[in-house]
Design a protein around this ligand. Structure first.
Ligand code: 9YT
Length: 142
């Protein structure tokens, strides 16, 4: 069993800081769960364009207010505490944070922790040697 706290992660290499956000990686590919789990805060007043071309991502907002624009069809969805959005079609999107937002994010396939956004907001697909307990099917990538 894996048990860790946010305090265990803050200030380590699992605490990844970008211009608009800070992502604390609670579970990564090396943990062998088949998904990664992140506690991400988004800075107030920011606009972040993203495109997870190789990953499915679910984002559950637990604090703050903003909106996500689906660039596939132009729809703008308000996001607040208790709202989840799931990028089940690898949609290009823009996240606008009106206030500081806190999100619980799940990636399938899992992030290794080494990924950074390229100029399109894409994370590359990185596959490490699976740990002995890993049993993910590798589904969802193109
Ligand atoms: C909400 C979102 O996708 N923010 C970007 C960071 C990403 N969730 C991550 O790497 O944790």
């Amino acid at each position: 069993m894996i048990v860790r706290t946010l305090d265990d992660i803050v200030g380590t290499e699992r605490d990844v800081r970008a211009e608009n956000w800070n992502s604390r990686r609670l579970l990564l590919q090396s943990d062998g769960m088949g998904f990664s789990l992140h506690d991400t805060t988004i800075r107030a007043g920011t606009e972040t364009r993203m495109w997870y071309a190789h990953h499915l991502e679910a984002v559950y907002c637990i604090e703050g207010e903003g909106e996500v624009e689906d660039l596939a069809d132009g729809t703008v969805h308000p996001i607040g505490a208790g709202t989840v959005y799931a990028l089940n079609g690898n949609e290009k999107h823009i996240l606008r944070a009106r206030t500081r937002m806190r999100m619980v994010c799940v990636f399938n396939p899992p992030l290794t922790g080494q990924e950074t956004h390229d100029s399109d907001g894409v994370y590359p697909l990185i596959t490490e040697e699976p740990s002995p307990r890993s049993h993910h099917a590798g589904a969802g990538s193109q």
